[in-house]
Design a protein around this ligand. Sequence first.
Ligand SMILES: C[S@@+](CC[C@H](N)C(=O)[O-])C[C@H]1O[C@@H](n2cnc3c(N)ncnc32)[C@H](O)[C@@H]1O
Length: 243
Amino acid sequence: MTGPLPGDSIKTYVLRRGRMRDAQRNDYAALSPQFCIPFSRGLLDFQGVFGNSNPVVMEIGFGMGGATGEIAEKMPETNFLGIEVHTPGVARLLGDIRRKGLGNIRIIEHDALEVCAVMVPRESLAGVHLFFPDPWPKMKHHKRRLVTESRVALIRSLLAPGGYFYFITDWEEYARSSLEILTAAPDLRNPYPGFAPTQDWRPQTKFEGRGRKEERAIWELYFVKKGLGDYHTALRPSPAAEK
Ligand SMILES: C[S@@+](CC[C@H](N)C(=O)[O-])C[C@H]1O[C@@H](n2cnc3c(N)ncnc32)[C@H](O)[C@@H]1O
């Protein structure tokens, strides 16, 4: 396979090496069979994967997965499909799944764009989280960004009507060009006048912490797929699960 979309063989990541601690290696070996879904060319059946028909939110590039675990813990009635290529991050999130006893996360360790292209059914997702993707600041690298017109078209096609796309970055130029791309998408609407406020349910991510330390502003975009349905207000942490 050359890439997730016809003519798109450009990777949006560079695989980082990273050593795993013994505990992470153990979690990876013990828990992958239960919580990781191997990449394959068949469409996922979410009911079979999660064992229920709760809404599914996909996260692209969860990094070390700290925020993913926290959000999934706050929203036990939402299923989370996390996609990441960095093995130590996968192991780290598996550890959180074990420590927090989470039943609502599944992980695919593979290129998210390929997963989107062949595994995720059209109009099946209640939401997509894209938190602090690599900004690829140099102009010659912009083609590696996850938010480009064609990649956003693929992501939008997976959102159910009323489903949301939540993108956050600390790179202003990436934020502004993404605002233009999303605003031009005919099947999305922006519930806010421009950039979105921070959704009150989301914790700070690891990369966000770095950006804030370097005093970079945080830019948030929150768009909703047009049509009947409202995951924007429906998917909130249940009061019982909030700490
Ligand atoms: C800058 S990090 C941000 C991690 C995390 N979201 C955070 O805010 O701390 C971006 C992550 O996206 C992952 N990534 C980039 N492109 C990806 C792709 N096509 N499929 C899966 N993961 C990807 C990288 O491996 C990396 O861990």
